[in-house]
Write a protein that binds this ligand. Structure first.
Ligand SMILES: N[C@@H](CCC(=O)N[C@@H](CSO)C(=O)NCC(=O)O)C(=O)O
Length: 214
């Protein structure tokens, strides 16, 4: 079977979110760069992969998947279903809870911070510090919940790693590229969880890809 193709730019945390899952699942894949500079993400060929003209998109034979978190689930379901705990309806439900928490609580607070601090300056804009501060407060409220959860179990869904943990890697690595990573210092169990995640080869691969070209 030909390797899967992950279309996207590795400076995108939505693309590298998929890299963490593909690596952890042991999937055979290759990254096919999409050039934003030439508008390739809006080309007819890419719109056929992702009708929103965004990255990432995944091709596996005649199957096209878009939305990073759907791609991550597909990779796990195909190559390492235990990362979704699909064999146990109760454990799978808790994995789903924390998959949703990552998307709608953690990353929805972190995304504006990363956009203001990392993306806007790259586009010639200026960082809206008030928006950063507002979302840091939201993130702290989320981290308080994480700290309580991770004081009871090693990983978010229980004492087993799951896609819910892995889906945090890309954007949290970006947080460390900002002056605000110290926000994690007040949450020791979150810090220990993060340290453990970063020891994984899948996380190291994401970190290596996200380093801007020298
Ligand atoms: N919910 C989607 C978001 C993809 C996205 O915004 N991709 C950005 C680059 S990464 O930040 C993108 O493709 N932007 C170009 C555009 O929106 O035109 C997902 O999780 O895959």
């Amino acid at each position: 079977m030909a390797p899967m193709k992950l279309y996207g730019a590795t400076l995108s945390w939505n693309v590298t979110r998929c890299v963490a899952a593909l690596e952890e699942a042991g999937s055979e894949y290759e990254i096919v760069p999409i050039d934003f500079g030439t508008g390739q993400h809006k080309s007819p060929e890419h719109l056929a992969r992702n009708p929103f003209g965004q990255v990432p998109a995944l091709q596996d034979g005649d199957l096209y998947v878009f939305e990073s978190r759907a791609i991550c689930k597909y990779a796990c379901r195909k190559n390492k279903p235990e990362l979704l705990k699909e064999g146990d309806i109760k454990e799978a439900a808790i994995v789903d809870v924390w998959l949703e928490v990552e998307a709608h609580q953690y990353s929805s607070a972190l995304n504006p911070i990363l956009f203001e601090v990392l993306i806007k300056p790259m586009l010639g804009g200026t960082c809206d510090q008030q928006k950063v501060e507002e979302n840091l407060e939201k993130l702290k409220n989320v981290l308080q919940v994480y700290e309580a959860r991770l004081s009871k179990c090693k990983y978010l869904a229980g004492d087993f790693i799951s896609l819910a943990d892995l889906n945090h890697i890309a954007m949290t690595l970006c947080l460390f590229a900002t002056p605000h990573a110290s926000v994690l210092d007040a949450y020791p169990h979150v810090k220990a969880w993060w340290t453990g995640l970063m020891e994984r080869p899948s996380a190291q691969r994401v970190a290596a890809l996200m380093k801007p070209p020298a």
